[in-house]
Design a protein around this ligand. Structure first.
Ligand SMILES: NC(=O)c1ccc[n+]([C@@H]2O[C@H](COP(=O)([O-])OP(=O)(O)OC[C@H]3O[C@@H](n4cnc5c(N)ncnc54)[C@H](OP(=O)(O)O)[C@@H]3O)[C@@H](O)[C@H]2O)c1
Length: 329
């Protein structure tokens, strides 16, 4: 496969992880650009990255760049996505890919027009464990899907300046952790949910700090999602079928699931490769998708279709709550 030239916009926590993923693949990012130039220099030295751009904008006009990886705050994503696509670059953007569906569909239309891959960096869609579970479900031995339970919670001190509670950085539980929970739900549901109700508790900054969501689709498959930025919860997913249920812990990068078969109470442990390689799987799927040369064909290992469904749900929920970010006023 061609050696694609990746550039990271941003060099914070998750950008470090993509740089490490490249090392695990025995390669390196081609370049890095960051709001604070000095940090980009240090990042490039640490990960042996050949090119450091003076300004983020210089990445888009560099003809040698194939893929732009966006690892900056949520509310900066859309402008970088559009610039990258306009200049013919494929885009892998950190979650949440955009603030709302309107922004996402603008990006999708441009990606279609330019025949480029546009994807959200959602580890769940790339972990071998999830692919294996899908195969097991497809055999039919668990019967029909009935119910999904999904929890995600962490305790964060109120701090207006960090992205968790800051509306100016598009903070809140939904865009920060809810996007994982809803992506998990979407992976297992056979159709997107179209009936959605919720309850929300807002933080003093006005963003959502705790959320309960109940979802159902046309096939009457149901899910509950509980999110909190103010209480630790196990990152636990449970998927219940007629003939058994699946439990997955640490689900965004899960490597082990336990299936309990209802009739016999027999348990089957499914173990897949190490979660340390989570971002490698994501990069591999992205490169495979680019190499396919058909970004909007029927085979999409990046699952832009699910990304669109999840963004539609999050947009509807925030509309229900009247929660708008400054960019949306
Ligand atoms: N951390 C994780 O585990 C994780 C996991 C998955 C996804 N994500 C997602 O990845 C993105 C970044 O998260 P992070 O945890 O890596 O954040 P982080 O460590 O705070 O790093 C943020 C990066 O964005 C840059 N930045 C901040 N404000 C900016 C602005 N207004 N314009 C342009 N660049 C700006 C920062 O540049 P400076 O150096 O100049 O401050 C820094 O390089 C978010 O969308 C997040 O949801 C994070």
């Amino acid at each position: 496969m061609k050696q694609y030239r990746w550039v990271s916009l941003g060099c914070g926590d998750i950008a470090q992880q993509i740089a490490q993923a490249m090392e695990q693949k025995n390669t390196t990012l081609y370049g890095v650009a960051n709001r604070t130039y000095e940090k980009a220099i240090a990042f490039a030295e640490k990960y042996h990255i050949p090119k450091v751009y003076k300004k983020i904008e210089d990445v888009f006009t560099d003809d040698d760049v194939d893929v732009v990886y966006i690892a900056t705050p949520h509310n900066t994503h859309i402008s970088y996505i559009l610039e990258a696509l306009k200049h013919g670059k494929h885009v892998l953007c950190e979650k949440s890919i955009t603030l709302n569906s309107q922004e996402l569909m603008q990006a999708v239309e441009l990606a279609k027009e330019k025949n480029l891959v546009l994807a959200e960096a959602m580890t769940i869609y790339h972990m071998p464990l999830y692919k294996k579970l899908s195969q097991i479900i497809k055999t039919g031995k668990l019967g029909e899907l009935r119910f999904i339970q999904m929890n995600f919670g962490c305790y964060k001190e109120y701090d207006r300046t960090n992205r968790f509670f800051n509306p100016n950085l598009a903070g809140g539980a939904l865009l920060d952790i809810g996007v994982y929970a809803l992506s998990f739900v979407r992976w297992f549901m056979t159709e997107t949910p179209n009936q959605i109700v919720s309850q929300v508790k807002l933080a003093p900054t006005g963003v959502d700090e705790q959320v309960g969501i109940l979802l159902m689709n046309e096939k009457q498959e149901m899910a509950t999602v509980s999110l909190s930025l103010r209480a630790k919860q196990p990152k636990r997913g449970m998927v219940a079928f007629e003939k058994g249920y699946i439990e997955i812990y640490n689900y965004p990068r899960g490597k082990e699931a336990v299936i309990t078969y209802t009739d016999s109470s027999e348990k089957e442990v499914i173990q897949e490769q190490d979660s340390v390689l989570a971002l490698c799987y994501e990069v591999n799927d992205m490169e495979q998708m680019i190499a396919q040369g058909n970004p909007f064909g029927s085979e999409n290992p990046m699952h832009l279709d699910y990304t669109i469904d999840v963004m539609n749900i999050m947009t509807k929920l925030r509309n229900d709550w009247g929660l708008k970010y400054p960019e949306e006023e």
